[in-house]
Design a protein around this ligand. Structure first.
Ligand SMILES: NC(=O)c1ccc[n+]([C@@H]2O[C@H](COP(=O)([O-])OP(=O)(O)OC[C@H]3O[C@@H](n4cnc5c(N)ncnc54)[C@H](O)[C@@H]3O)[C@@H](O)[C@H]2O)c1
Length: 450
Protein backbone atom coordinates (compact mmCIF):
# COMPACT_ATOMS: atom_id res chain seq x y z
CA UNK A 1 0.00 0.00 0.00
CA UNK A 2 1.26 3.46 -0.85
CA UNK A 3 2.68 5.33 2.15
CA UNK A 4 3.45 8.84 0.92
CA UNK A 5 2.89 11.20 3.84
CA UNK A 6 1.62 13.92 1.53
CA UNK A 7 -1.51 12.04 0.68
CA UNK A 8 -2.44 11.19 4.24
CA UNK A 9 -5.22 13.56 5.17
CA UNK A 10 -5.99 12.87 8.81
CA UNK A 11 -8.89 14.44 10.64
CA UNK A 12 -6.49 16.69 12.58
CA UNK A 13 -4.81 17.85 9.39
CA UNK A 14 -8.12 18.22 7.71
CA UNK A 15 -9.42 20.50 10.40
CA UNK A 16 -6.37 22.72 10.11
CA UNK A 17 -8.18 25.01 7.71
CA UNK A 18 -5.33 26.95 6.20
CA UNK A 19 -3.42 23.84 5.19
CA UNK A 20 -6.29 21.98 3.64
CA UNK A 21 -6.37 23.33 0.13
CA UNK A 22 -2.64 22.74 -0.26
CA UNK A 23 -3.04 19.23 1.16
CA UNK A 24 -5.78 18.49 -1.33
CA UNK A 25 -3.62 19.65 -4.21
CA UNK A 26 -0.68 17.62 -2.92
CA UNK A 27 -3.03 14.70 -2.58
CA UNK A 28 -3.97 14.82 -6.25
CA UNK A 29 -0.37 15.31 -7.37
CA UNK A 30 1.00 12.52 -5.22
CA UNK A 31 -1.64 10.09 -6.44
CA UNK A 32 -0.79 10.99 -9.99
CA UNK A 33 2.94 10.49 -9.35
CA UNK A 34 2.21 7.18 -7.74
CA UNK A 35 0.18 6.10 -10.72
CA UNK A 36 2.93 7.06 -13.10
CA UNK A 37 5.38 5.01 -11.02
CA UNK A 38 2.99 2.07 -11.20
CA UNK A 39 2.76 2.37 -14.95
CA UNK A 40 6.49 1.87 -15.22
CA UNK A 41 6.26 -1.52 -13.48
CA UNK A 42 6.46 -4.49 -15.85
CA UNK A 43 3.09 -6.09 -16.43
CA UNK A 44 2.67 -9.55 -14.92
CA UNK A 45 1.13 -12.31 -17.07
CA UNK A 46 -2.54 -11.78 -17.68
CA UNK A 47 -5.09 -14.04 -16.13
CA UNK A 48 -7.73 -15.36 -18.46
CA UNK A 49 -10.87 -13.26 -18.09
CA UNK A 50 -13.94 -15.15 -16.90
CA UNK A 51 -16.30 -16.20 -19.66
CA UNK A 52 -19.26 -13.92 -20.18
CA UNK A 53 -22.36 -15.60 -18.84
CA UNK A 54 -25.92 -14.34 -19.09
CA UNK A 55 -26.52 -11.66 -16.51
CA UNK A 56 -28.88 -12.49 -13.68
CA UNK A 57 -29.82 -9.00 -12.61
CA UNK A 58 -33.03 -9.81 -10.79
CA UNK A 59 -32.69 -9.16 -7.06
CA UNK A 60 -32.45 -12.31 -5.03
CA UNK A 61 -33.78 -12.91 -1.57
CA UNK A 62 -31.21 -12.42 1.17
CA UNK A 63 -32.12 -15.83 2.60
CA UNK A 64 -29.36 -18.41 2.17
CA UNK A 65 -27.05 -15.85 0.64
CA UNK A 66 -23.86 -14.79 2.36
CA UNK A 67 -23.76 -11.05 3.01
CA UNK A 68 -21.73 -8.90 0.65
CA UNK A 69 -19.62 -6.35 2.53
CA UNK A 70 -19.08 -3.14 0.64
CA UNK A 71 -16.77 -0.19 1.25
CA UNK A 72 -17.95 3.04 -0.33
CA UNK A 73 -15.48 5.74 -1.38
CA UNK A 74 -16.80 9.20 -2.26
CA UNK A 75 -20.26 10.04 -1.00
CA UNK A 76 -20.96 13.26 -2.86
CA UNK A 77 -23.86 13.67 -5.29
CA UNK A 78 -23.46 10.47 -7.28
CA UNK A 79 -22.18 8.50 -4.31
CA UNK A 80 -25.38 9.30 -2.43
CA UNK A 81 -27.51 8.42 -5.47
CA UNK A 82 -25.86 5.01 -5.59
CA UNK A 83 -25.73 4.45 -1.85
CA UNK A 84 -29.44 5.12 -1.46
CA UNK A 85 -30.13 2.27 -3.92
CA UNK A 86 -27.32 -0.01 -2.79
CA UNK A 87 -28.50 -0.34 0.81
CA UNK A 88 -31.83 -1.72 -0.42
CA UNK A 89 -30.28 -4.67 -2.21
CA UNK A 90 -30.86 -7.83 -0.20
CA UNK A 91 -27.76 -9.07 1.57
CA UNK A 92 -25.70 -5.91 1.04
CA UNK A 93 -23.93 -4.46 4.06
CA UNK A 94 -22.12 -1.17 3.57
CA UNK A 95 -19.55 -1.60 6.33
CA UNK A 96 -17.26 1.33 5.52
CA UNK A 97 -17.66 4.80 4.06
CA UNK A 98 -14.85 7.15 3.07
CA UNK A 99 -14.95 10.83 2.15
CA UNK A 100 -12.64 13.74 2.89
CA UNK A 101 -15.44 16.34 3.00
CA UNK A 102 -17.02 16.01 6.47
CA UNK A 103 -20.64 16.84 5.46
CA UNK A 104 -20.53 14.16 2.76
CA UNK A 105 -18.93 11.63 5.08
CA UNK A 106 -21.63 12.20 7.70
CA UNK A 107 -24.37 11.92 5.10
CA UNK A 108 -22.84 8.74 3.68
CA UNK A 109 -22.58 7.20 7.12
CA UNK A 110 -26.20 8.03 7.90
CA UNK A 111 -27.33 6.44 4.66
CA UNK A 112 -25.16 3.34 5.11
CA UNK A 113 -26.49 2.53 8.59
CA UNK A 114 -25.06 1.99 12.08
CA UNK A 115 -22.73 -0.86 11.08
CA UNK A 116 -20.68 1.45 8.85
CA UNK A 117 -17.36 2.91 9.99
CA UNK A 118 -16.15 6.22 8.59
CA UNK A 119 -12.75 6.87 7.00
CA UNK A 120 -10.96 9.90 5.63
CA UNK A 121 -8.12 7.85 4.15
CA UNK A 122 -9.39 5.31 1.63
CA UNK A 123 -6.28 3.17 2.08
CA UNK A 124 -7.31 2.38 5.63
CA UNK A 125 -10.68 1.25 4.33
CA UNK A 126 -8.92 -0.99 1.79
CA UNK A 127 -6.87 -2.64 4.55
CA UNK A 128 -10.03 -4.23 5.93
CA UNK A 129 -10.08 -7.91 5.09
CA UNK A 130 -13.84 -8.23 5.59
CA UNK A 131 -14.63 -5.95 2.63
CA UNK A 132 -15.48 -7.88 -0.55
CA UNK A 133 -15.91 -4.99 -2.93
CA UNK A 134 -15.64 -1.24 -3.15
CA UNK A 135 -17.61 1.39 -4.98
CA UNK A 136 -15.75 4.52 -6.07
CA UNK A 137 -17.61 7.76 -6.83
CA UNK A 138 -14.85 10.35 -6.47
CA UNK A 139 -13.60 13.02 -8.91
CA UNK A 140 -12.25 11.69 -12.22
CA UNK A 141 -8.56 12.20 -11.43
CA UNK A 142 -8.86 9.82 -8.46
CA UNK A 143 -10.57 6.93 -10.28
CA UNK A 144 -7.37 5.24 -11.41
CA UNK A 145 -5.25 5.41 -8.25
CA UNK A 146 -8.13 4.37 -6.02
CA UNK A 147 -9.27 1.58 -8.32
CA UNK A 148 -5.77 0.21 -8.71
CA UNK A 149 -5.18 0.21 -4.96
CA UNK A 150 -8.55 -1.48 -4.39
CA UNK A 151 -7.93 -4.20 -6.98
CA UNK A 152 -4.48 -4.82 -5.53
CA UNK A 153 -6.04 -5.05 -2.07
CA UNK A 154 -8.13 -7.94 -3.41
CA UNK A 155 -11.46 -6.15 -3.87
CA UNK A 156 -13.84 -6.23 -6.80
CA UNK A 157 -14.44 -2.65 -7.89
CA UNK A 158 -17.32 -0.63 -9.24
CA UNK A 159 -15.89 2.70 -10.42
CA UNK A 160 -17.95 5.56 -11.72
CA UNK A 161 -17.53 6.79 -15.28
CA UNK A 162 -15.55 8.06 -17.04
CA UNK A 163 -13.13 5.25 -16.31
CA UNK A 164 -10.06 7.45 -15.92
CA UNK A 165 -8.50 10.84 -16.36
CA UNK A 166 -6.03 9.64 -19.02
CA UNK A 167 -5.73 6.80 -21.50
CA UNK A 168 -2.63 5.56 -19.69
CA UNK A 169 -4.53 5.45 -16.39
CA UNK A 170 -7.42 3.57 -17.97
CA UNK A 171 -5.07 1.08 -19.64
CA UNK A 172 -3.34 0.43 -16.32
CA UNK A 173 -6.72 -0.19 -14.65
CA UNK A 174 -7.54 -2.89 -17.21
CA UNK A 175 -4.12 -4.46 -16.71
CA UNK A 176 -4.40 -4.51 -12.93
CA UNK A 177 -7.87 -6.02 -13.10
CA UNK A 178 -6.44 -8.82 -15.24
CA UNK A 179 -3.33 -9.25 -13.07
CA UNK A 180 -5.31 -9.49 -9.84
CA UNK A 181 -8.22 -11.48 -11.28
CA UNK A 182 -10.59 -9.00 -9.61
CA UNK A 183 -13.46 -7.60 -11.61
CA UNK A 184 -13.85 -3.96 -12.52
CA UNK A 185 -17.25 -2.57 -13.48
CA UNK A 186 -17.57 0.95 -14.87
CA UNK A 187 -20.64 3.06 -14.10
CA UNK A 188 -22.11 3.51 -17.56
CA UNK A 189 -25.56 2.62 -16.33
CA UNK A 190 -27.22 2.65 -19.76
CA UNK A 191 -25.65 -0.78 -20.30
CA UNK A 192 -28.05 -2.05 -17.64
CA UNK A 193 -31.11 -0.16 -18.81
CA UNK A 194 -33.89 -2.27 -20.31
CA UNK A 195 -34.85 0.69 -22.50
CA UNK A 196 -31.41 0.80 -24.07
CA UNK A 197 -31.10 -2.98 -24.34
CA UNK A 198 -34.48 -3.07 -26.06
CA UNK A 199 -33.63 -0.23 -28.44
CA UNK A 200 -30.32 -1.85 -29.30
CA UNK A 201 -32.02 -5.12 -30.08
CA UNK A 202 -34.57 -3.30 -32.25
CA UNK A 203 -31.75 -1.67 -34.16
CA UNK A 204 -29.21 -4.46 -34.47
CA UNK A 205 -31.33 -7.62 -34.57
CA UNK A 206 -34.71 -6.47 -35.87
CA UNK A 207 -33.03 -3.89 -38.09
CA UNK A 208 -35.91 -1.44 -37.72
CA UNK A 209 -33.88 1.52 -39.01
CA UNK A 210 -32.29 -0.37 -41.91
CA UNK A 211 -28.71 0.56 -42.67
CA UNK A 212 -27.24 2.94 -40.08
CA UNK A 213 -25.96 6.06 -41.82
CA UNK A 214 -25.67 8.77 -39.20
CA UNK A 215 -25.86 9.40 -35.44
CA UNK A 216 -26.56 12.54 -33.47
CA UNK A 217 -26.23 12.80 -29.72
CA UNK A 218 -26.40 15.81 -27.47
CA UNK A 219 -26.60 16.93 -23.86
CA UNK A 220 -27.73 20.53 -23.49
CA UNK A 221 -28.19 22.29 -20.18
CA UNK A 222 -28.59 25.85 -19.07
CA UNK A 223 -26.65 26.11 -15.86
CA UNK A 224 -23.11 26.92 -14.89
CA UNK A 225 -22.18 23.49 -13.49
CA UNK A 226 -20.74 25.45 -10.60
CA UNK A 227 -21.65 24.55 -7.02
CA UNK A 228 -21.87 27.09 -4.23
CA UNK A 229 -19.05 26.63 -1.73
CA UNK A 230 -19.40 27.32 2.00
CA UNK A 231 -15.77 28.43 2.15
CA UNK A 232 -13.22 29.25 -0.57
CA UNK A 233 -10.93 26.49 0.64
CA UNK A 234 -13.47 23.98 -0.67
CA UNK A 235 -13.61 25.51 -4.16
CA UNK A 236 -11.54 22.86 -5.93
CA UNK A 237 -12.94 20.00 -3.88
CA UNK A 238 -16.57 20.85 -4.63
CA UNK A 239 -16.07 22.35 -8.09
CA UNK A 240 -13.48 19.84 -9.29
CA UNK A 241 -15.37 19.45 -12.59
CA UNK A 242 -14.32 22.96 -13.62
CA UNK A 243 -10.56 22.40 -13.18
CA UNK A 244 -8.35 20.50 -15.61
CA UNK A 245 -6.25 19.02 -12.82
CA UNK A 246 -9.20 16.84 -11.81
CA UNK A 247 -11.59 16.92 -14.74
CA UNK A 248 -11.83 16.28 -18.46
CA UNK A 249 -14.90 18.49 -18.77
CA UNK A 250 -18.06 17.82 -20.75
CA UNK A 251 -16.63 14.97 -22.82
CA UNK A 252 -15.87 12.95 -19.69
CA UNK A 253 -18.78 14.06 -17.54
CA UNK A 254 -21.62 13.87 -20.07
CA UNK A 255 -20.56 12.68 -23.52
CA UNK A 256 -18.95 9.49 -22.23
CA UNK A 257 -22.37 8.00 -21.43
CA UNK A 258 -23.57 8.67 -24.95
CA UNK A 259 -20.43 7.69 -26.83
CA UNK A 260 -20.53 4.49 -24.78
CA UNK A 261 -24.01 3.87 -26.24
CA UNK A 262 -22.74 4.54 -29.77
CA UNK A 263 -19.87 2.06 -29.30
CA UNK A 264 -22.28 -0.48 -27.86
CA UNK A 265 -25.04 -0.13 -30.48
CA UNK A 266 -22.65 -0.09 -33.43
CA UNK A 267 -20.38 -2.78 -31.97
CA UNK A 268 -17.51 -0.59 -33.11
CA UNK A 269 -15.06 2.07 -32.02
CA UNK A 270 -14.40 5.36 -33.82
CA UNK A 271 -12.02 5.73 -36.71
CA UNK A 272 -11.30 9.43 -36.24
CA UNK A 273 -12.48 12.50 -34.32
CA UNK A 274 -12.28 16.26 -34.65
CA UNK A 275 -13.99 19.06 -32.78
CA UNK A 276 -14.19 22.47 -31.19
CA UNK A 277 -14.82 23.74 -27.72
CA UNK A 278 -14.57 26.96 -25.77
CA UNK A 279 -15.15 28.88 -22.60
CA UNK A 280 -17.54 31.24 -24.30
CA UNK A 281 -20.40 31.84 -21.88
CA UNK A 282 -19.39 30.97 -18.31
CA UNK A 283 -16.26 33.11 -18.04
CA UNK A 284 -15.95 32.57 -14.32
CA UNK A 285 -12.43 31.26 -13.91
CA UNK A 286 -13.21 27.73 -15.04
CA UNK A 287 -10.63 25.79 -17.01
CA UNK A 288 -12.88 23.40 -18.92
CA UNK A 289 -14.94 24.25 -22.00
CA UNK A 290 -18.57 25.21 -21.48
CA UNK A 291 -19.44 23.88 -24.94
CA UNK A 292 -18.06 21.09 -27.11
CA UNK A 293 -18.94 20.25 -30.71
CA UNK A 294 -17.40 17.02 -31.92
CA UNK A 295 -17.62 14.84 -35.02
CA UNK A 296 -16.59 11.21 -34.84
CA UNK A 297 -16.24 8.97 -37.83
CA UNK A 298 -17.18 5.31 -37.30
CA UNK A 299 -16.67 2.43 -39.77
CA UNK A 300 -18.63 2.49 -43.06
CA UNK A 301 -18.61 6.26 -43.12
CA UNK A 302 -21.06 6.66 -40.24
CA UNK A 303 -20.59 10.10 -38.68
CA UNK A 304 -21.52 10.82 -35.09
CA UNK A 305 -22.21 14.49 -34.46
CA UNK A 306 -22.04 15.29 -30.76
CA UNK A 307 -22.71 18.53 -28.91
CA UNK A 308 -22.84 19.45 -25.26
CA UNK A 309 -23.54 22.99 -24.08
CA UNK A 310 -24.23 24.71 -20.77
CA UNK A 311 -26.14 27.76 -22.01
CA UNK A 312 -29.36 26.45 -23.61
CA UNK A 313 -31.46 23.50 -22.49
CA UNK A 314 -34.13 23.37 -25.19
CA UNK A 315 -32.89 20.09 -26.68
CA UNK A 316 -32.32 18.29 -23.38
CA UNK A 317 -30.33 15.11 -23.94
CA UNK A 318 -30.71 12.29 -26.38
CA UNK A 319 -29.13 9.80 -28.75
CA UNK A 320 -30.51 9.55 -32.27
CA UNK A 321 -29.58 6.69 -34.62
CA UNK A 322 -30.54 7.39 -38.23
CA UNK A 323 -30.87 4.65 -40.85
CA UNK A 324 -32.24 4.46 -44.40
CA UNK A 325 -35.47 2.90 -43.02
CA UNK A 326 -35.98 4.93 -39.87
CA UNK A 327 -34.74 6.91 -36.89
CA UNK A 328 -34.36 5.54 -33.39
CA UNK A 329 -34.54 8.29 -30.79
CA UNK A 330 -33.69 7.79 -27.13
CA UNK A 331 -34.50 10.80 -24.97
CA UNK A 332 -33.67 11.69 -21.37
CA UNK A 333 -32.47 8.17 -20.63
CA UNK A 334 -36.03 6.91 -20.39
CA UNK A 335 -38.01 7.07 -23.64
CA UNK A 336 -37.48 5.34 -26.96
CA UNK A 337 -39.19 6.16 -30.26
CA UNK A 338 -39.01 4.88 -33.82
CA UNK A 339 -39.78 7.24 -36.71
CA UNK A 340 -40.02 5.28 -39.94
CA UNK A 341 -38.90 6.57 -43.31
CA UNK A 342 -41.72 6.70 -45.91
CA UNK A 343 -40.10 3.85 -47.85
CA UNK A 344 -39.94 1.43 -44.89
CA UNK A 345 -42.13 -1.67 -44.93
CA UNK A 346 -44.79 -2.19 -42.27
CA UNK A 347 -43.62 -3.87 -39.08
CA UNK A 348 -45.69 -6.72 -37.66
CA UNK A 349 -46.25 -5.04 -34.31
CA UNK A 350 -46.68 -1.51 -35.55
CA UNK A 351 -50.51 -1.46 -35.60
CA UNK A 352 -50.54 -2.26 -31.88
CA UNK A 353 -47.80 0.14 -30.88
CA UNK A 354 -48.46 3.36 -29.00
CA UNK A 355 -47.91 6.38 -31.25
CA UNK A 356 -46.24 9.72 -30.74
CA UNK A 357 -45.94 12.87 -32.81
CA UNK A 358 -42.52 13.94 -33.99
CA UNK A 359 -41.04 16.72 -36.10
CA UNK A 360 -43.34 18.21 -38.73
CA UNK A 361 -46.27 16.17 -37.40
CA UNK A 362 -44.63 12.84 -38.29
CA UNK A 363 -45.93 9.77 -36.48
CA UNK A 364 -43.53 7.78 -34.35
CA UNK A 365 -43.87 4.40 -32.67
CA UNK A 366 -43.23 4.33 -28.95
CA UNK A 367 -40.73 1.62 -28.06
CA UNK A 368 -42.29 0.06 -25.02
CA UNK A 369 -40.02 -2.41 -23.28
CA UNK A 370 -43.00 -4.15 -21.75
CA UNK A 371 -45.13 -4.33 -24.87
CA UNK A 372 -43.29 -3.92 -28.16
CA UNK A 373 -43.51 -7.22 -29.97
CA UNK A 374 -40.42 -9.26 -30.60
CA UNK A 375 -39.65 -11.39 -33.62
CA UNK A 376 -39.13 -14.44 -31.48
CA UNK A 377 -40.68 -15.27 -28.14
CA UNK A 378 -39.18 -15.46 -24.70
CA UNK A 379 -36.58 -12.79 -25.42
CA UNK A 380 -34.43 -12.23 -22.37
CA UNK A 381 -32.21 -9.23 -21.90
CA UNK A 382 -30.26 -8.62 -18.73
CA UNK A 383 -31.87 -11.68 -17.18
CA UNK A 384 -35.32 -10.14 -17.52
CA UNK A 385 -38.19 -11.08 -19.78
CA UNK A 386 -38.69 -8.13 -22.06
CA UNK A 387 -42.20 -8.60 -23.29
CA UNK A 388 -44.27 -9.50 -20.26
CA UNK A 389 -44.52 -8.48 -16.65
CA UNK A 390 -41.29 -6.55 -16.78
CA UNK A 391 -40.69 -4.47 -13.72
CA UNK A 392 -39.03 -1.28 -14.85
CA UNK A 393 -36.33 -0.20 -12.49
CA UNK A 394 -33.89 2.60 -12.89
CA UNK A 395 -30.59 1.70 -14.43
CA UNK A 396 -28.62 2.64 -11.30
CA UNK A 397 -30.50 -0.04 -9.36
CA UNK A 398 -29.92 -2.58 -12.12
CA UNK A 399 -26.20 -1.87 -12.45
CA UNK A 400 -25.74 -2.15 -8.68
CA UNK A 401 -27.80 -5.35 -8.45
CA UNK A 402 -25.71 -6.80 -11.22
CA UNK A 403 -22.48 -5.76 -9.50
CA UNK A 404 -23.53 -7.33 -6.20
CA UNK A 405 -25.23 -10.48 -7.49
CA UNK A 406 -23.51 -11.30 -10.76
CA UNK A 407 -20.03 -9.93 -10.22
CA UNK A 408 -19.28 -10.15 -6.49
CA UNK A 409 -21.46 -13.14 -5.55
CA UNK A 410 -21.18 -15.20 -8.73
CA UNK A 411 -17.81 -14.06 -10.06
CA UNK A 412 -19.19 -13.13 -13.48
CA UNK A 413 -17.52 -10.61 -15.74
CA UNK A 414 -19.45 -7.31 -15.59
CA UNK A 415 -21.60 -6.34 -18.55
CA UNK A 416 -19.91 -2.93 -18.55
CA UNK A 417 -16.45 -4.17 -17.68
CA UNK A 418 -13.01 -2.59 -17.75
CA UNK A 419 -12.57 -3.22 -21.49
CA UNK A 420 -15.88 -1.54 -22.34
CA UNK A 421 -15.04 1.40 -20.09
CA UNK A 422 -11.59 1.62 -21.63
CA UNK A 423 -12.88 1.93 -25.20
CA UNK A 424 -15.28 4.66 -24.16
CA UNK A 425 -12.56 6.49 -22.23
CA UNK A 426 -10.20 6.40 -25.22
CA UNK A 427 -12.93 7.77 -27.50
CA UNK A 428 -13.81 10.73 -25.28
CA UNK A 429 -10.30 11.59 -24.11
CA UNK A 430 -9.05 11.65 -27.70
CA UNK A 431 -11.88 14.03 -28.60
CA UNK A 432 -10.49 16.41 -25.98
CA UNK A 433 -7.05 16.04 -27.54
CA UNK A 434 -8.48 16.83 -30.99
CA UNK A 435 -10.22 19.94 -29.63
CA UNK A 436 -7.18 21.05 -27.68
CA UNK A 437 -4.78 20.67 -30.59
CA UNK A 438 -7.20 21.72 -33.32
CA UNK A 439 -6.45 18.54 -35.24
CA UNK A 440 -8.21 15.45 -36.49
CA UNK A 441 -7.17 12.46 -34.37
CA UNK A 442 -7.07 9.19 -36.27
CA UNK A 443 -7.59 6.10 -34.15
CA UNK A 444 -5.59 2.99 -34.84
CA UNK A 445 -6.92 -0.40 -33.62
CA UNK A 446 -4.10 -0.74 -31.06
CA UNK A 447 -5.37 2.40 -29.30
CA UNK A 448 -8.42 0.40 -28.19
CA UNK A 449 -6.46 -2.67 -27.13
CA UNK A 450 -4.80 -3.45 -23.82
N1 LIG B 1 -23.24 7.58 -13.76
C1 LIG B 1 -23.79 8.76 -13.64
O1 LIG B 1 -24.89 9.02 -14.12
C2 LIG B 1 -23.05 9.84 -12.90
C3 LIG B 1 -23.72 11.01 -12.50
C4 LIG B 1 -23.00 11.96 -11.78
C5 LIG B 1 -21.65 11.78 -11.52
N2 LIG B 1 -21.04 10.64 -11.94
C6 LIG B 1 -19.60 10.42 -11.67
O2 LIG B 1 -19.42 10.19 -10.29
C7 LIG B 1 -18.17 10.73 -9.87
C8 LIG B 1 -18.42 11.71 -8.72
O3 LIG B 1 -19.22 12.76 -9.18
P1 LIG B 1 -20.10 13.62 -8.17
O4 LIG B 1 -20.99 14.48 -8.96
O5 LIG B 1 -20.71 12.73 -7.14
O6 LIG B 1 -18.98 14.50 -7.49
P2 LIG B 1 -19.02 15.09 -6.01
O7 LIG B 1 -18.02 16.15 -5.96
O8 LIG B 1 -20.42 15.42 -5.63
O9 LIG B 1 -18.57 13.85 -5.12
C9 LIG B 1 -17.25 13.40 -5.06
C10 LIG B 1 -16.95 13.05 -3.64
O10 LIG B 1 -15.63 12.52 -3.56
C11 LIG B 1 -15.06 13.03 -2.36
N3 LIG B 1 -13.60 12.95 -2.43
C12 LIG B 1 -12.72 13.75 -3.09
N4 LIG B 1 -11.47 13.37 -2.88
C13 LIG B 1 -11.54 12.28 -2.06
C14 LIG B 1 -10.58 11.44 -1.47
N5 LIG B 1 -9.28 11.63 -1.66
N6 LIG B 1 -11.00 10.42 -0.67
C15 LIG B 1 -12.32 10.23 -0.44
N7 LIG B 1 -13.29 11.01 -0.98
C16 LIG B 1 -12.89 12.02 -1.77
C17 LIG B 1 -15.55 14.46 -2.29
O11 LIG B 1 -15.41 14.99 -1.01
C18 LIG B 1 -16.99 14.27 -2.70
O12 LIG B 1 -17.83 14.00 -1.61
C19 LIG B 1 -17.56 11.40 -11.11
O13 LIG B 1 -16.67 10.52 -11.71
C20 LIG B 1 -18.75 11.62 -12.01
O14 LIG B 1 -18.43 11.63 -13.38
C21 LIG B 1 -21.71 9.67 -12.60
Amino acid sequence: MFKDKHILVSRREFLRDSAWAAAAAAFATALQERLEAQQKKPATPQTKPAAQKPQQSAPQPARNLPPVNIGFIGTGTQGQTLLQRLVRIPGVRVVAVCDIYPPHLSRGLRMAGPQAKGYEDYRQLLERKDIDAVIIATPLSLHAPMTIDALQAGKHVFCEKTMAYSVEDARRMVQVSRETGKHLQIGHQRHYSPIYAHAREMMTEQEVIGKLVHVRAWWHRNNSWRRPVPDKKFEELLNWRLYRKYSQGLMAELASHQIDVVNWFTGATPVSVMGMGGIDYWKDGREVWDNVEVIYEYPDGVKVVYTSILSNQYDGYAEQFMGDKGTLLLTNEKDGFLFKEPTAEELGWEAHAKKTTGKGGSTGLVLDVTATKKKGTGAVIGGQKMAAGYELKDAYVLELESFVNDVVRNGQKPLCDAEVGFKTAVAVLMANKAIEEGTKVTFTPDMFQV
